[in-house]
Design a protein. Structure first.
Length: 156
């Protein structure tokens, strides 16, 4: 019962979080790049990202808490079995986002983006979009592997 509830919370958190990353990557960034006024583009992007950053922080925490709870119930020894490689993939994706949202962003990423985007908006948005595509691809591969793996398909 608790395991099912944790799975429900986990999947809802992942849907909101990775769905948001997909929206930023495929809709927001391409739209912002077409703004005529670069300073307006930077201001609009920062406004939307700031709101999304809070949503991502909450959903990342929910995904991590429910994920580690499930791992505790199902057994930590899974981390040692090669057929559960997709659990390592989930933890790796979660770790990258957690570092970015809770450490890098408040410490320096936000300031760095603002300064660079004000100086060179085009190349900064290109770089940000490349980064978002990489994160989105890694996240989607992980979602596919986690669904397949947790339903018995291990590619093994
Ligand atoms: C701290 C990080 C995480 C931990 C410890 C964790 C752990 C788990 C565990 C133990 C399961 C259940 C496996 C099973 O039933 O055999 C699971 C399922 C799943 N996780 Fe994670 N996870 C984490 C992060 C993520 C992330 C970042 C994603 C997406 C990118 C993700 C997507 C999924 C999906 C889609 C399922 C399958 C749900 C299903 O089909 O039943 N998880 N996770």
């Amino acid at each position: 019962m608790e395991l099912t509830l944790a799975r429900v919370v986990h999947v809802l958190a992942v849907v909101l979080w990775i769905g948001g990353v997909a929206m930023v990557t495929t809709v927001l960034l391409p739209a912002v790049k077409r703004f005529k006024d670069p300073s307006e583009a930077v201001a609009f992007f920062e406004q939307v990202e700031a709101r999304f950053a809070w949503q991502s922080r909450i959903t990342t925490l929910m995904a991590g808490a429910s994920g580690f709870y499930m791992l505790h119930v199902l057994g930590w020894q899974r981390l040692l079995a090669p057929q559960y490689w997709w659990i390592h993939a989930m933890i790796a994706v979660w770790g990258v986002f957690t570092l970015m949202l809770f450490v890098f962003e408040p410490l320096f990423l936000h300031r760095w983006f603002h300064e660079r985007a004000t100086r060179a908006p085009k190349s900064t948005f290109r770089m940000i979009q490349r980064l978002h595509w990489r994160l989105l691809t890694a996240s989607l591969v992980t979602v596919a592997a986690a669904v397949a793996g947790s339903h018995g398909w291990f590619w093994w």
